[in-house]
Design a protein around this ligand. Structure first.
Ligand code: CP
Length: 305
């Protein structure tokens, strides 16, 4: 494939190739190989119109570990503040010889439009409420390395599904790889039509306590209060009581089950601090795995040697 705009761009074979390549990248890093020459002479542009900590830093680290030249572009402080369009910004980057453009944008579909304007590969690093495919890949990688498989795995994705690009990409990718996904949350935050359209096998539940004992993975989502309308959300306290993952709920998970969160977290809202910091939590591991997975994505898209 040339671009990674959606998890739907990946069939099972391609997704598995990315995960296997990421495992090789991680093994090399574990052997103190700090830099690989695979993308020497290539240029990766990180084009971030929305804030990011994890994704931005890990794409930069991934490109640098593959010896690529990296240009970091942030909308803040650029000519975007003077009204320059995404297209004109893209053409400027094209003129500088970008082999890959990694884009985060508040508008759903921005990576698809960008792919029409640049010759290089486009990687979606999160577009509005639409998708975040490399997050889904690093989540799948983390599940596979902790639990040994993805096929048949029972994954519960809990919380603000409505606004979550992470949930959308995870439903698509996990279904492709044979996992059974259940979306859990208040009815106002679970778009049933979206769940069915993404994957007909996706289940929906409004009762977290009934789902927890049958989950191999409990993935908590950030409550995106900045995108929330009052009608969607009763109160932080009520939400936390019904859908927050606290210690008593975590103790009801099967012994082998893991807790995930893509970050950033609202500690004390969707996840209790003691749960986030427990040995069953893979939150820090997910961040570390993100670098290996993004190395694999850049390497495979750019035909690295
Ligand atoms: N998970 C994630 O996308 O985090 P950032 O917004 O910090 O990149």
């Amino acid at each position: 494939i040339k671009h990674l705009r959606s998890a739907a761009d990946l069939d099972a074979e391609t997704a598995t190739l990315i995960l296997d390549t990421a495992a090789e990248m991680a093994a090399l890093s574990g052997r103190e190989v700090k830099k690989l020459p695979a993308l020497r002479g290539r240029t990766v542009v990180n084009l971030f119109y929305e804030d990011s900590t994890r994704t931005r830093i890990s794409f930069e680290a991934a490109a640098k570990r593959l010896s690529a030249d990296v240009i970091n572009f942030s909308a803040k402080g650029s000519s975007v503040s003077k009204g320059e369009s995404l297209k004109d910004t893209a053409l400027t980057l094209q003129a500088m010889g970008a082999d890959a453009v990694v884009i985060r944008h508040s508008a759903s579909g921005a990576p698809h439009r960008l792919a029409n304007w640049v010759e290089g590969s486009v990687v979606n690093a999160g577009d509005g409420t639409h998708e975040h495919p490399t997050q889904a890949l690093l989540d799948a990688y983390t599940m596979r390395s902790r639990l040994g498989r993805l096929d048949g795995l029972r994954v519960s994705i809990v919380g603000d599904v409505l606004h979550s690009r992470v949930a959308r990409s995870n439903v698509l990718l996990l279904s492709t790889l044979g996992a059974q996904v259940t979306l859990v949350g208040p009815p106002t935050l679970i778009p049933l039509d979206v769940a069915a359209a993404l994957s007909p096998s996706t289940k929906v539940s409004y009762d977290l306590d009934s789902v927890i004992p049958d989950s191999d993975v409990v993935m908590m989502l950030r409550v995106q209060t900045e995108r929330m309308q009052d009608s969607y959300f009763p109160s932080a306290r009520e939400y936390s009581r019904r859908y927050g993952l606290d210690l008593p709920r975590m103790r009801n998970m099967p012994e082998h089950a893991i807790v995930m969160h893509p970050g950033p977290m609202n500690r004390g809202m969707e996840i209790a601090p003691e749960v986030a910091d427990s040995p069953r939590s893979t939150i820090v591991e997910q961040v570390a795995n993100g670098v290996s997975v993004r190395m694999a994505v850049l390497y495979l898209l750019l035909g690295g040697k």
